[in-house]
Unconditional design. Structure first.
Length: 366
């Protein structure tokens, strides 16, 4: 408690007045009150009691016979020899109990001292204020630094957590993207492989189909070539045969003309029956040729249309001169449409036997 009180400085005008009145001291010139101070004495480096008030040092008067102890509080009459050195004559000791009794009036006393002696209080308290202020500033700065460090640590921790979360999310997304890309690449490879297989299969099918069609066309070409060769051979044989037969026919025609001329000159026919018999006799040497499945050739055929009839045994065919018939004769050749489609008639090519049924009908054995 003494340590807490040793820096207390009081200039108590009212208390001093009361104190002087109680102790029978008169105010002389009115300046004595300004010379009274409450001091706490301490032992200096020189071993003597003194009190430091700011830059001023107040020592105990040498002539003082009052016993004063260190850390005691006294009301003293102070005489300043210089601005920085003075001497104190103790007047009355202040007990701790008196100070405690004054605790209720301390605020009023402090306000009065502050209003009257502000400059001296500031001068006296400046070192302490500076020290306390510096300490408070240091403590506040330390608190601010601690708070800043705490907030910075919290921010760094939050930043670290958010960064970790973002990195984890990034890694997760990256993993998903890589997995998706891998899946897509695998699907792409599968699709390409399937398309290549389909193309290969289609190519094989097309090649097989092409080869089969080419083989069939070659076979057909060979068959056509063979048939064409055969037809050319038959045609050549038929042309040779026709030429020879034509030569024979021309010779027969000449003979028949000569013979007919003789008959016209020397023969006398009594009726039409005799004339028809003569005509059939004169045609007896004519030939009958089947030159194709639908065509017959003979000098006996006259220009025009013929009706056609086939017997039930499919062995004979009759041609009757008929303007409404469907078989047509040109240049001694009769064409019968569709005759070659009747398989039962056969397709024998060459010279055939024939006979005249009457003057309009001719029968051929096929």
């Amino acid at each position: 408690m003494i340590e807490a009180r040793k820096e207390v400085r009081m200039d108590l005008i009212d208390m001093q007045k009361k104190f002087l009145e109680e102790n029978g001291v008169e105010e002389e010139d009115g300046k004595i009150l300004t010379k009274l101070m409450v001091l706490i004495f301490e032992t200096g480096t020189d071993g003597k009691l003194s009190c430091n008030t700011g830059a001023k040092k107040i020592s105990l008067d040498w002539n003082c016979k009052t016993a004063v102890q260190e850390n005691e509080i006294w009301i003293c009459k102070v005489t300043m020899k210089t601005n920085f050195l003075g001497y104190a004559e103790p007047v009355r000791k202040i007990e701790i109990s008196e100070i405690m009794a004054m605790s209720g009036e301390m605020q009023a006393i402090a306000n009065d001292i502050w209003s009257r002696k502000r400059s001296e209080v500031l001068e006296y308290l400046a070192p302490e204020i500076d020290s306390i202020t510096e300490q408070l500033v240091k403590e506040k700065m330390a608190g601010v630094e601690n708070e800043y460090g705490r907030k910075q640590s919290a921010l760094e921790e939050e930043y670290g957590e958010r960064r970790s979360a973002l990195e984890a999310a990034y890694e997760s997304k990256l993993s998903q993207i890589e997995s998706r890309e891998s899946t897509l690449a695998h699907r792409e490879r599968d699709l390409i492989s399937k398309m290549e297989e389909r193309l290969e299969d289609s190519e094989k099918d097309l090649r097989i189909k092409y080869e089969r069609m080419a083989s069939e066309l070659k076979e057909k070409l060979v068959a056509v070539s063979y048939r064409e060769g055969k037809l050319m051979s038959e045609k050549s044989a038929m042309m040779s045969y026709y030429e020879s037969q034509n030569q024979v026919l021309r010779e027969n025609v000449e003979d028949l003309k000569s013979e007919l001329s003789k008959l016209r000159i020397g023969a006398v026919c009594k009726d039409d029956s005799d004339r028809k018999a003569v005509e059939r006799t004169s045609s007896a040497g004519a030939h009958m040729l089947r030159i194709s499945g639908n065509e017959f050739k003979s000098p006996i055929f006259k220009e025009g249309r013929y009706s056609v009839r086939i017997n039930s045994e499919m062995t004979k065919i009759r041609f009757t001169h008929d303007n409404n018939g469907y078989a047509i004769c040109r240049n001694g050749i009769i064409a019968v449409p569709g005759l070659n489609s009747i398989e039962a008639l056969g397709n024998r090519i060459g010279e055939l036997n024939w006979t005249m049924v009457d003057d309009k009908t001719l029968e051929i054995s096929i």
